[in-house]
Design a protein around this ligand. Structure first.
Ligand SMILES: [Zn+2]
Length: 277
């Protein structure tokens, strides 16, 4: 009797367990499984795209990268390029199949001597003027192009300059990224090493924290730099620095003095094209 009772109990328990497994849990388990497998697919595709976005980039002996320098996109003086001209220039780049690099891509190209295609360009706009948002950004977005704005962090509350909200909005569009143009846009040459370091570290911290990024490039105000400037740029954690000295930047250049090509108002497209070669 005892043995039979025990067997009965074991049989009943097993049956109960089976029923529970088949009923209540089954749909839940399937749902979980589905969720898990779709997650793993997602993960795999993320890993594939994230692991090496540069897989197809070609190694070259020397990367030649024209870095275009703009400031305000408006009219009035030699630093201001009218929106109509900026649009014609961006259209020229698009029609001639130039790839407009992001800062991350430009840094990768210069540091690894690799390029995604032969025609590349890095568009930079200095001083973070409001017209970069109202005039340049719509053109870049429409053309699916990218530009880097060298942001003066201390001017984010000044009239006629991009605010933090502007920067966040533009950054989210992925058409624009932001690098440092110091806090106050002072002539670094006239500052002590320590003052230069503060200008560079404080602006980097501001951009890093507020835009959730790792700022890698410093653009020297007025392009001026001395030996202390370069030391401070390295110390502050920048990997590359932009000057205003003319010329096409290369991967063999001093990382802390990349040359740029200035685009001036009234420039013909023929002249503009010469800046790229
Ligand atoms: Zn400037």
């Amino acid at each position: 009797m005892r043995i039979r009772g025990f067997k009965h109990l074991v049989g009943f328990s097993l049956l109960t367990l089976l029923l529970v497994l088949l009923s209540g849990c089954s749909s839940h388990t399937t749902a979980q499984k589905t969720a898990r497998s779709s997650q793993s697919v997602k993960k795999v595709s993320q890993v594939t795209t994230k692991s090496d976005p540069y897989a197809h980039w070609q190694s070259v002996k020397t990367v030649k990268l024209p870095i275009l320098m703009y400031h305000s996109i408006s009219s009035g003086n030699a630093l201001k390029v009218p929106a109509t001209e900026f649009k014609a220039e961006m259209t020229y780049l698009k029609q001639h199949h130039y790839r407009t690099l992001t800062t991350t891509e430009a840094v990768y190209a210069l540091s690894h001597h690799r390029i995604p295609q032969s025609k590349i360009v890095w568009i930079t706009l200095d001083d973070s003027y409001t017209d970069n948002k109202t005039a340049a950004w719509p053109i870049l977005k429409a053309n699916h192009q990218h530009a880097t704005i060298n942001f003066i962090t201390g001017f984010a509350t000044h009239a006629n300059h991009l605010t933090l909200a502007d920067a966040k909005q533009m950054q989210a569009s992925q058409a624009i990224d932001f690098q440092s143009h110091t806090v106050r846009h002072l002539d670094l040459n006239s500052l002590t090493y320590q003052q230069q370091l503060t200008e560079m570290t404080a602006s980097k911290r501001w951009l890093d924290q507020k835009l959730h990024q790792k700022t890698t490039v410093i653009c020297y105000p007025a392009g001026r730099a001395n030996q202390a400037t370069v030391r401070a740029a390295k110390k502050a954690g920048y990997r590359y620095a932009l000057s205003t000295a003319p010329g096409i930047a290369t991967s063999k250049q001093d990382h802390y003095n990349l040359t740029r090509q200035r685009v001036t108002p009234g420039m013909s497209l023929t002249t503009f094209a010469t800046l790229l070669n």
